[in-house]
Unconditional design. Structure first.
Length: 292
């Protein structure tokens, strides 16, 4: 049985840790509200823009001739994975890291064997995980959450789009956590480039548009904008999902700390009772010895 001093030290340590987890939960809750507002405001715009591009591109050759819609034989692949900069958020980061490794082995095993798969981590945890695995990395925007804005995401997307247009990469895949609610994050793997219309029903809609300026000019402007917006939306989704995951993890940690504190207090009381009993027995034994 542990000594009273050891148990008291453990109780103090658990109390201190619980104060930290409670504070982290409150901070994440405050950040989550702001992050959730941003992603819920962006989603309808992003969805409508994708629908518009799908409908318009069916009726013009510009969509097929865009450098960002060219389907080529896949020799070189870029995987954009979005993680967080910090831990203490449950399985948030490990889910993305595992999903990325599984996606590569399932879809790009031949390219990976030749060393033709490059990882583009957004977030330090993804960078650190694959750096330990000696993966091929482009870490230019691994600190994106230190300067999170549409301008930063746009610059990152423009670099990726330029490499794709120049044939450096034949396919670009985006893997991130989609925010559903505080307790649920869904791992998504989406093709970022080439931009392919996979929603045929939306594309064949009979919506009649009036174009000003021309249909071609509008589409040439919308396609790059949609790609940049897709990346920004993934970053905002991941940001909101991170705060939700951390809030849930810290809440569970606080609950577990409470349970541990109860068991430590019981252990402390038992140790104290044992010490008191031992002292009483020693006094009684000493008194009996004196009588004799």
């Amino acid at each position: 049985m542990a000594s009273l001093k050891e148990v008291r030290n453990r109780i103090a340590s658990v109390n201190s840790t619980m104060q930290i987890t409670k504070a982290m939960k409150m901070v994440s809750a405050a950040k989550l509200r702001r992050a959730q507002d941003k992603i819920t405001q962006l989603r309808p715009y992003s969805q409508k823009l994708n629908e518009l591009i799908a409908q318009v591109s069916e009726n013009t050759e510009v969509g097929a001739n865009s450098p960002y819609t060219q389907v080529r034989e896949v020799n070189n692949v870029l995987i954009v994975l979005v993680t967080s900069d910090r831990g203490l958020c449950g399985a948030f980061n490990s889910n993305i890291i595992k999903a990325t490794a599984a996606y590569i082995s399932e879809n790009y095993a031949a390219q990976a064997e030749k060393g033709n798969v490059t990882l583009f981590p957004l977030g330090k945890k993804g960078y650190e995980a694959f750096q330990r695995r000696n993966a091929r990395l482009n870490a230019e925007y691994s600190d994106i959450f230190n300067r999170l804005s549409f301008e930063t995401a746009k610059n990152a997307a423009e670099g990726i789009m330029e490499d794709f247009a120049n044939g450096v990469y034949d396919e670009v895949v985006l893997i991130y956590n989609e925010f559903k609610n505080v307790a649920t994050q869904i791992v998504r793997a989406e093709r970022m480039l080439p931009l392919i219309n996979e929603e045929k029903e939306a594309a064949t809609s009979n919506v009649d548009y009036i174009f000003e300026p021309s249909e071609e000019e509008i589409l040439l402007d919308l396609i790059p904008k949609a790609i940049k917006l897709q990346l920004f939306k993934a970053v905002l989704d991941s940001n909101a999902a991170e705060h939700g995951a951390r809030m849930t993890a810290m809440d569970k940690a606080t609950d577990n700390g409470g349970e541990l504190l109860k068991s430590l207090k019981i252990e402390y009381n038992r140790s104290r009772q044992a010490a008191i009993t031992t002292e009483i027995l020693e006094i009684v034994g000493g008194a009996e010895a004196l009588k004799q």
